[in-house]
Design a protein around this ligand. Structure first.
Ligand SMILES: [Zn+2]
Length: 233
């Protein structure tokens, strides 16, 4: 449990310092002790999160032991995805500018780089204001969270129109590096469109082969370096 909490705190600081998380994004981890619970900070800017701020939630998005502190309005993103996806151990919800750009365009966000393979051939865009009934675009209730989880399906990333993205992974380290790499892949793709000409995406085989490499030593080396950079061990 202590390692998961320290990874979660480090992830908040890394993604905040790299500009992927703004003051309103969040990261969670499934509890290593109970698969029907997850860990998420109280409502706080990610750069300020410490281990004392981490709360435990059940899969309805309710704080275990009662909410003595303010909690994130969009915690239902996490609870619904953990319910729907037993393989998911960590979730990042960001308002990353590059993701928002693709979320408002008909041009698809797709994997064009080795480090962006997990995105696949087209990241879906979730409509957060179905039938004009949710004009804040926030995923602030269980119904919207459940719809978002269904739209994510078996994928690793989904965009939310005019709002941001959700990225999932089998560990805090991989979800974090995926969030960083999603932004890098999007920048390369945007530059490719500016350059002009035909864009070449990764093939399905390349996507699969590269996604398998994520859990390799190289990925761990990246995580260890990132964690040290924010004072973690
Ligand atoms: Zn949000």
């Amino acid at each position: 449990m202590a390692t998961t909490i320290s990874d979660l705190v480090a992830s908040n600081h890394i993604l905040s310092s790299q500009g992927v998380l703004d003051n309103y994004g969040h990261v969670s981890a499934r509890s290593p002790a109970r698969s029907d619970r997850f860990l998420l900070s109280r409502s706080l800017a990610p750069g300020s999160v410490t281990s004392e701020d981490i709360l435990e939630f059940d899969l309805d998005g309710t704080v275990v032991g009662g909410a003595a502190k303010r909690v994130y309005l969009e915690r239902f993103i996490h609870s619904a995805i953990y319910r729907a996806r037993p393989d998911v151990m960590a979730i990042v919800h960001s308002h990353s500018p590059t993701s928002i750009t693709f979320s408002i365009s008909k041009v698809p966000l797709r994997a064009v780089t080795h480090f962006g393979a997990f995105i696949g051939d087209r990241a879906a865009v979730f409509e957060g204001d179905p039938e004009g009934k949710n004009p804040t675009l926030l995923i602030a209730n269980n119904e919207l969270g459940t719809r978002l989880a269904a739209a994510l399906g078996d994928n690793q990333m989904i965009l939310i129109r005019g709002h941001g993205d959700v990225i999932v992974g089998p560990s805090v380290s991989i979800a974090t590096t995926r969030a960083l790499n999603a932004a890098k892949n999007a920048k390369v793709l945007l530059d490719g469109y500016r350059l002009g000409g035909e864009i070449t995406s990764l093939t399905k085989d390349e996507d699969n082969a590269l996604t398998k490499l994520e859990a390799s030593d190289q990925e761990q080396r990246e995580w260890t370096t990132l964690k040290k950079s924010v004072g973690g061990r």
